[in-house]
Design a protein around this ligand. Structure first.
Ligand code: SAH
Ligand code: SF4
Ligand code: F3S
Length: 434
């Protein structure tokens, strides 16, 4: 058997794409390995969402050039979002690459490998897809408990800062029957949790009029016996319908956790971002969610230093962050992406000021996350046990329904089970009993 080592950057969708490619490559006789030294094929699955993500991958490609010089027979390819974004530029920057495979062309990986094995190199395969995506059951996962399930590709929105739609194309929802079948087969293989993935899962089905919408898909998945937990990411505030809120509240397997990126807490900035909702609308969604599910955990994404963001706009964001009290937030410095409208806007904020705003935001959010977690002390939480805690001998790690990392003492045979844990301690990062 030949061996493949995949290095994955970027979001959960990219991780899921890597699992799909692992499955495709298995059919070509490649087994996956964690040891790069024994790999015959190294694949770098890349991200372009911020400049930093690209520079990290480029740095890694430099290191891999050295490996390739040592081992001429090693096949080295780049795939994913940066492959699509940089196209032939990447072959100029990294001439040692055998192929560059755009994110919409991943299904063609087997053919590309054939060509390289026959002696081709510097292959460029980017642009819109020509083949349907491989079926969901191709994916080869190396975990046995929790699975990502991609339900849609692409995105129909046009947030002015975002490069994703230009790389991944417009929304394409998968057939709901295929999704349900895959979830059933995961359960048969003893998986207990699925996370449905899409750039905007709330828009699922909008491109398939008359078929199942997102709330309907949740209902169908909730009916699968043996599937303990259903999660999803990411939700867009403009598309979260009352039906979806009902589904979240009423369906017992759907966990009370929602990742709902707000991006900014000033209407001026939300308009410039072309997000399609106001702060007031967002607050209204939060209040409905909390009315129906008092224990729900709401997490978010926020960009600091968007072009035109005044000190006043930024302070509104901080005020909204405090008012809502998110359970957690992914926070980013605005990164101008070539070709996006925001990169060309007036009022670009200097790097130093963006960083300073980001630091203020992180400081406040970390404090809030800690308070939120401390609020759980004394409560009993249902925890799906993932494995041993590598940092604490004798302790296990798991997640609550609200997706909080939890640690507690217990025997290894609890791994894979759902247990009730009384919370006695909490930090920003973890809750549990220790
Ligand atoms: N489709 C998802 C997220 C895509 S990217 C959604 O709409 O929620 C993940 C996060 O990266 C975004 O939510 C945003 O907060 C951040 N992001 C995207 N483009 C960015 C940019 N140019 N600069 C800084 N952060 C960005
Ligand atoms: Fe990008 Fe906006 Fe689409 Fe998310 S919803 S992928 S931020 S364009
Ligand atoms: Fe994901 Fe990065 Fe692409 S966030 S969609 S891998 S640009």
């Amino acid at each position: 058997m030949k061996r493949v080592h995949i290095i994955t950057y970027g979001c959960q969708m990219n991780k899921s794409d890597s699992e799909m490619m692992t499955g495709l490559l298995k059919q070509k006789g490649y087994l996956s390995t964690t040891d790069i030294e024994e790999a015959d094929l190294v694949l770098v699955n890349t991200c372009s969402v911020r400049e930093h993500a690209e520079s990290r991958a480029l740095g890694r490609l430099g290191e891999l050039a050295r490996l390739k010089r040592k081992r001429a027979d090693l096949i080295l390819g780049v795939c994913g979002c940066m492959a699509e974004h940089q196209k032939d530029q990447l072959l100029k920057k990294a001439p040692h690459l055998d192929f560059v495979l755009g994110v919409r062309r991943l299904a063609e990986l087997p053919e590309i490998i054939d060509s390289v094995e026959k002696g081709s190199s510097s292959i460029l395969c980017t642009g819109p897809d020509r083949k349907s995506p491989p079926p969901l059951h191709i994916s080869l996962r190396n975990t046995g408990l929790k699975a990502w399930l991609p339900i849609s590709l692409g995105c129909n929105n046009s947030c002015t800062y975002c490069i994703v739609p230009s790389l991944r194309g417009s929304l394409k929802s998968r057939d709901s029957r295929e999704i349900v079948k895959e979830a059933e087969s995961l359960v048969k293989n003893s998986y207990r949790e699925v996370t449905l993935l899409g750039q905007n899962v709330n828009a699922y089905g909008q491109d398939r009029p008359g078929e199942t919408d997102f709330a309907g898909l949740l209902e169908q998945l909730n009916a699968i016996p043996g599937l303990s937990r259903i999660r999803f990411a990411t939700s867009h505030p403009k598309d979260i319908s009352p039906r979806i809120i009902e589904a979240l509240a009423d369906l017992p397997r759907v966990c009370e956790a929602l990742h709902l990126p707000i991006q900014a807490g000033s209407n001026n900035i939300l308009t410039r971002m072309r997000r399609g909702y106001t702060v007031e609308h967002y607050l209204e969604i939060v209040s409905q969610l909390r009315k129906k599910m008092p224990s729900i955990a709401i997490t978010t994404d926020i960009i600091a230093g968007f072009p035109g963001e005044t000190e006043e706009d930024f302070e509104s964001t901080l005020a909204v962050v405090k008012e809502i009290g998110f359970d957690g937030a992914f926070t980013f410095k605005f990164s101008p992406r070539p070709g996006t409208p925001a990169a060309e806007m007036t009022g670009q904020i200097p790097e130093q000021a963006r960083k300073e705003r980001l630091d203020r935001l992180i400081e406040i959010q970390n404090r809030i996350t800690k308070q939120k977690n401390e609020g759980l002390i004394g409560s009993e939480q249902e925890v799906l046990v993932d494995g041993k805690n590598p940092k604490k001998p004798g302790f296990l790690l798991g997640r609550t329904r609200t997706d909080k990392t939890t640690t507690f003492a217990g025997p290894e045979d609890l791994i894979g089970q759902i247990v009730k844990i009384k919370i006695t301690k909490a930090t920003t990062w973890c809750i549990g009993d220790w």
